[in-house]
Design a protein around this ligand. Structure first.
Ligand code: AMP
Ligand code: GLY
Length: 422
């Protein structure tokens, strides 16, 4: 089967690896691949555009397109393929542009949750025209203040501030000074929720759904979860504090109403739903929806699944997920991300990565890497995910950290405290 996978990070490296190991013979195609994905690809292309996607589908007789990251979905790649009679026979794993608004517009997601009685922080949305009302609203709210640019902002669109003066200044910069361009034309001001966060993953075929194991990610650059937000510096699955009671609440109060809402509102959706949750006094609330798998969570979630990944992808297309009996490995998986020095701010790239072949008993998923003269060199902020498994997450982490000693590149940066809060 010929499959085009859009995306080139560690999450997509997992997809490539699992599809390469599938029961069926697969030919995998990539766009702007990292070093590892390049090695697993039958052919590679660049640079990314919807027209290139169409060309690849035609020239390589692609039968399935799997979309890893959110941006192509928010930009409507599903609708682009499905509305073109030359290529609309292809299966697309990922929602329509309408469905992708669950991630692409905070206001859309909040309204969806309120309509469907899904627990989430209370909020109000403001525009340039209602800036003064927004200031009044902030003055009447209590600290900390949560401001969210409505649209995508490369992970920087959520700002949490302690003082009302800072909150008003930030609001002005978003609404009046267009800090995030179109994306901050609307700003959602939200009640602050205090608790521990976790990631929940659902696979949906438009009729049936299955849930994947929970995971926890470590978003901040600094140890103890301080400093700037990153794409994610590590992850763990399973999550020890999610007991049967909390799991049941998540299913009844969040997953089922989300799925029922999508069906009732006739949102065209076949793909992954990633629900960012926060546990407030044993009650789960939705922080955000994403319309894709998480990164770095995928690296610890999908390797736990013993079913053939291609069979799951085919079941999404054929709407037969109800026939999939998911087998989850009970071992604990841990992932420690190796990043470039300076990330998530400015960093250099182009450094040789040494020692990848010395790794034992961990799997390396590559993100910001590239092949130059057959050598793997750094090419991004997050460079590698070092994933290990064992009977406890502490033992799994120990393996990741011991293998990290064997991998070297200039500026290698990582958090030494993944799992510290469990
Ligand atoms: P988001 O992009 O919506 O996931 O927000 C980024 C991060 O901001 C989340 O992972 C949370 O850590 C934090 N956050 C977002 N909304 C809230 C909220 N209502 N209360 C507390 N923290 C929040
Ligand atoms: N791990 C968070 C994300 O993928 O957005």
């Amino acid at each position: 089967m010929n499959i085009l996978i859009i995306g080139n990070g560690a999450r997509e490296h997992v997809f490539f690896k699992l599809l390469a190991e599938s029961f069926a013979k697969t030919n995998l195609f990539s766009i702007n691949p990292n070093a590892a994905i390049q090695k697993l690809s039958s052919a590679t292309y660049k640079p990314f555009s919807f027209n290139l996607v169409k060309e690849i589908i035609k020239s390589s007789t692609i039968e399935m397109v799997i979309v890893g990251p959110e941006n192509p979905l928010i930009d409507g790649v599903y609708d682009f393929i499905k509305s073109d009679s030359e290529i609309n026979h292809v299966s697309v794993i990922g929602p329509s542009q309408n469905g992708a608004q669950l991630e692409g517009s905070k206001k859309f997601a909040k309204d969806f949750m309120y309509r469907n009685n899904i627990p989430t922080a209370s909020s109000k949305t403001f525009t340039k025209e209602t800036f003064l009302d927004a200031c009044d609203f902030l003055k009447k709210s209590s600290s900390p203040y949560v401001l969210k640019a409505d649209g995508p902002a490369a992970g920087k669109g959520v700002v949490i501030l302690e003082s009302v003066e800072d909150a008003i200044a930030e609001l002005k910069s978003m609404l009046i000074d267009s800090k995030f361009g179109e994306s901050s034309k609307k700003v959602v001001i939200e009640e602050f929720l205090s608790g521990i966060e976790m990631s929940c993953f659902v696979i949906f075929d438009g009729k049936n759904y299955i849930t994947l194991p929970y995971a926890k990610d470590y978003k901040r650059i600094g140890e103890g979860d301080v400093g700037l937000n990153t794409g994610g510096m590590g992850s763990i699955s399973p999550v020890s504090f999610i007991n049967t009671d909390l799991d049941k609440k998540i299913h009844e109060k969040i997953i089922k109403p989300t799925i029922n809402g999508i069906i009732k509102e006739q949102i065209n959706y076949k793909g992954f739903i990633f629900i960012g949750l926060i546990n407030v006094d044993n009650e789960p609330y939705v922080i955000e929806y994403n319309v894709r798998m998480g990164d770095p969570e995928t690296q610890v979630v999908l390797p736990r699944i013993e079913n053939d990944f291609l069979k799951i992808m085919l079941a999404i297309e054929n709407q037969t997920l109800d026939k999939i009996n998911l087998k989850v490995n009970p071992d604990h998986f841990s992932n420690v991300v190796l990043a470039s020095k300076g990330y998530p701010e400015k960093y250099e790239k182009g450094f040789d990565i040494a020692g990848l072949n010395n790794v034992e008993d961990s799997i390396i998923f590559q993100a910001g890497t590239t092949l130059v003269e057959n050598k793997t060199i750094t090419n991004g902020g997050r460079v590698l995910s070092v994933v290990s498994r064992d009977k406890t997450f502490q033992r799994a982490l120990k393996k990741s950290y011991s293998n990290i000693e064997k991998i070297n590149f200039e500026g290698k940066t990582f958090r030494k405290d993944i799992g510290f809060d469990l």
